[in-house]
Design a protein around this ligand. Sequence first.
Ligand code: PEP
Length: 248
Amino acid sequence: MRRSLVMGNWKMNGTLASAELLVKGIVAGLGENSADIAVCVPYVHVPKISELVKGTALALGAQNVADKPSGAFTGEISAAMLSEFNCKYALVGHSERRSYYGDTNESVAARFCQAQEQNIIPVLCVGETLEQREQDQTFAVIDAQLDAVISLAGIAAFGAAVIAYEPVWAIGTGKTATDEQAQEVHQYIRKYIAAKDQAIADQIQILYGGSAKPDNAKGLFAMPDIDGGLIGGASLDAESFLKIYHSI
Ligand code: PEP
């Protein structure tokens, strides 16, 4: 059985004080749950949140990681820097990075590898835009996003990675994919990996992201190939995030 995982993505929100309050609220409500839980916080909040989650079941993640190990790359943060603060996860290829900051399939693959070099679990975000879905390109887009990583890192690298399927048209829009729409793509991704390595396909966690909320999480998480969620807006409120976590 795969473990489930619920991961928050705080994006560029909050102050250090509000981040502390939010994390304390989440930790206070963790209770008993067989699923894993993590928050991906803004870089500058990593040191403080790292201290606050120490010894708890809440894991820490970053929202990105550099595609190079070190050097003259102004404004970037390396995997080695994140690992000093016990970051367990790093998102790579979030659609906002791809669409606003020029991340390409190739640079995302390089970020994925850099994370793994430091034993940080990359969370590879994949997904199609509305236009691509309407033109029946969903699976081709996802193939290309996965293939870039497979060709740089090899299929074995997915043995220590998470995939997040995030249809771009559902992110921050309030339009969630239906349980069936999400399951269809999750199943496709798992089969795509299985064609190359069945054991990895059986164990890899594939998260759904895109306007997941307390009232739709249960249905999504009940789908056989959905192993949890990557939660944006609803992770900024401890109560909502915990309700999603406890609906696993
Ligand atoms: C995200 O940004 O990863 C996300 C899923 O956002 P939201 O839940 O707000 O749609």
